[in-house]
Design a protein around this ligand. Structure first.
Ligand SMILES: C[S@@+](CC[C@H](N)C(=O)[O-])C[C@H]1O[C@@H](n2cnc3c(N)ncnc32)[C@H](O)[C@@H]1O
Length: 352
C-alpha cells in the first residue's frame, strides 16, 4: 500500500470499530430485533416506544446504522427499514459484537499482564469471566443451532458418528462453557447421555439453567479441570467433543492426554479449534486472523498464560501445530476439515 492507500485503510479500521460497538448496542438493547421484526418501514418514535427508550438515543443509533449501510432511511418519510435480505445475516451474526464491551472492561488488567513483573494472565473464573460468559452465551445462542445442524453434524455424519449418537452413546463435552453445544446435542440425540465439563462455576450455573429451560434429562454438568480428569473415567466415553477450548488451556498437551485416557478404545474425538496458520507470517494480510489475535490477547492467551506451565499458544495456535499435537498425543486423525463461522475454524475427527 502506498501512503494514501494506507491512510485510508488505517482510518477505516477506526470506523469499523465504532460501528461494531453500535452493533453491540443494537444486539444488547433489542434494537435489531425490533428492526428485523418490523414488517413495514418504521419511525424512530415507534422503535423507541416499542422498547420504552428515549427517542433521541434511538435516532442516533438508527443514524449510525444508516451511515454504516446496515439500515435504510427514506428521505421523504424519514422511516427506517432493514432490507429483507440483510435480516438473517444480522440476526445470526450480531451476537459477536458485544465482545467489544467485554474486552473493553478487561483493558486495564490486560495492560498489566504485558508488564514483565505484572500478573501472568486472566482466567475465566473472576469478574472478567462472568462478563465474558454473559456475551458469549448470547453469541453462542444465536449461532449454535445452525452450527450444529449445518456444519458439525454433516461432518460427523461423514464419519458414521451420527448413527452412533442416534443409537445411544456416552459423550463428554470438555470445556462446555455455557452449555450451548452440549444441550443442543442432548436435544437432538435423546438416547445418548452427555456430561458437560467446565472449571467455571459461572458458566456451569448458566448450563444448569439451560438444562431446566430445555427440560433435558440426558445431560449433567460437572465442575472439573480439563488437565485432571478423574481416573475412574478411564476408557468410559464413546465420544469426546471439544470446541474452542484447547488453546485456552495452560497445558493443551496434558489435556489431550486426559482426553485419550477417558476415551474408549473404539471411541472418537472431535476437535474444533480456530483454524489459522501456526506461523504468523502465513496469516499476514488476513483480517480474520487479526480479529482472533486480538480476541486472544484479551481472552484466550490470557487464560492459557494464567497458570503453570503458561504454554500460551493463543487462539491462533494454528492448524499445523494442532495436528502435530494430536499426533504427539497418539490420536489417529481420520478427517480434517474447515468450518466457516466468523472465520476459519479447523475440524479434526480422531480415534485412538
Ligand atoms: C471459549 S470457551 C468455549 C466454550 C464452549 N466449548 C463453546 O464453544 O461454546 C472456553 C471454555 O473453556 C473453559 N476452560 C478454560 N480452562 C479450563 C480448564 N482448565 N478446565 C476446564 N475448563 C476450562 C472456560 O471456562 C470456557 O468455558
Amino acid at each position: 500500500m502506498d501512503k494514501a492507500e494506507f491512510g485510508k485503510y488505517f482510518t477505516n479500521i477506526f470506523q469499523d470499530g465504532f460501528i461494531m460497538l453500535s452493533i453491540g448496542l443494537g444486539h444488547d438493547l433489542g434494537l435489531f430485533k425490533v428492526m428485523c421484526e418490523a414488517k413495514e418501514p418504521i419511525s424512530s418514535k415507534e422503535v423507541a416506544k416499542k422498547l420504552d427508550f428515549k427517542e433521541r438515543y434511538t435516532r442516533e443509533w438508527l443514524s449510525t446504522m444508516v451511515a454504516a449501510s446496515i439500515i435504510k432511511q427514506d428521505r421523504d418519510s424519514n422511516l427506517y427499514k432493514v432490507p429483507e435480505q440483510y435480516k438473517e445475516i444480522i440476526m445470526t451474526n450480531m451476537g459477536f459484537a458485544p465482545a467489544l464491551f467485554s474486552v473493553g472492561m478487561r483493558a486495564k488488567a490486560v495492560k498489566e499482564t504485558f508488564k514483565k513483573d505484572g500478573p501472568y494472565g486472566i482466567n475465566f473464573n473472576g469478574e472478567e469471566g462472568a462478563d465474558f460468559f454473559q456475551w458469549f452465551d448470547g453469541y453462542r445462542t444465536l449461532i449454535c443451532d445452525e452450527t450444529v445442524d449445518k456444519k458439525i453434524l454433516p461432518l460427523l455424519d461423514q464419519q458414521g458418528a451420527v448413527s452412533k449418537l442416534k443409537s445411544g452413546i456416552k459423550v463428554l463435552d470438555l470445556g462446555c462453557g455455557t452449555g450451548n453445544y452440549v444441550t443442543a446435542f442432548a436435544q437432538r440425540f435423546p438416547k445418548s447421555t452427555f456430561i458437560g465439563l467446565d472449571y467455571s462455576e459461572v458458566s456451569l450455573k448458566r448450563c444448569n439453567e439451560s438444562k431446566q429451560e430445555k427440560a433435558l434429562t440426558n445431560v449433567t454438568f460437572t465442575k472439573c479441570d480439563a488437565h485432571n480428569l478423574p481416573d475412574e473415567w478411564a476408557e468410559s466415553f464413546d465420544y469426546v467433543f471439544v470446541y474452542d477450548v484447547l488453546h485456552d488451556l495452560p497445558n493443551p498437551h496434558k489435556a489431550l492426554g486426559q482426553i485419550y485416557k477417558v476415551l474408549k478404545k473404539d471411541g472418537f474425538f472431535s476437535l474444533i479449534e480456530i483454524g489459522f496458520h501456526s506461523n504468523p507470517v502465513d496469516n499476514a494480510d488476513d483480517k480474520g486472523a487479526a480479529l482472533y489475535y486480538g480476541v486472544s490477547t484479551f481472552i484466550c492467551l490470557q487464560s492459557s498464560m494464567s497458570e503453570e506451565p503458561h504454554i500460551g499458544y493463543g487462539a491462533c495456535w494454528g492448524k499445523e501445530n494442532i495436528e502435530k499435537a494430536l499426533l504427539d498425543a497418539n490420536f489417529k486423525i481420520n478427517a480434517k476439515s474447515s468450518l466457516i463461522d466468523i472465520d476459519k475454524e479447523a475440524f479434526f475427527f480422531c480415534t485412538k
